[in-house]
Design a protein around this ligand. Structure first.
Ligand code: 5GP
Length: 127
């Protein structure tokens, strides 16, 4: 199934410089910035610069160079935030919501890095 990318989404506007962001890190193929409504002391969003809707789209259509850059950017930010798991018990959670059931608000691939406190249960159990 072809993925349909809406270039009017808010992250596309951030990439084009039409909307400001609090930049954390930028590489050739990725941009990381603070979430506007942080859910943890550290809440960073990492996005590829290419027009990918969600993670499966990126995994199928992105180049190896883009995928490596995106993945390493996430690792670099964890190191920059000082949340790499270690003897002090720090750590973080990565989340990438996709589609309706994943409750994705912005249709441009992004990974949330949440850290700075215990993030709690992964999901709320439901019937
Ligand atoms: P999703 O629900 O799609 O996984 O997450 C979208 C995230 O984007 C939310 O956590 C929301 O707070 C964040 N967000 C929405 N609009 C903006 C914006 O204009 N700037 C920034 N920095 N974050 C935004």
């Amino acid at each position: 199934m072809p993925y349909i990318y809406d270039d009017q989404n808010i992250f596309a506007k951030i990439l084009r410089g039409e909307i400001p962001c609090n930049k954390v890190l930028e590489t050739e193929h990725a941009l990381a910035f603070s979430d506007i409504a942080p859910k943890a002391p550290h809440h960073v969003l990492v996005i590829p610069k290419g027009p990918y809707v969600c993670h499966d789209h990126f995994a199928l259509d992105a180049t190896d160079t883009e995928i490596v850059d995106f993945t390493r950017t996430i690792g670099r930010i964890c190191a920059q935030l000082g949340v790499t798991p270690g003897a002090d018990g720090a750590g973080y959670r990565l989340i990438s919501n996709a589609g309706n059931d994943g409750v994705q608000e912005v249709p441009h691939l992004h990974v949330h890095i949440l850290a700075g406190r215990n993030i709690g249960p992964m999901v709320m159990a439901r019937d």
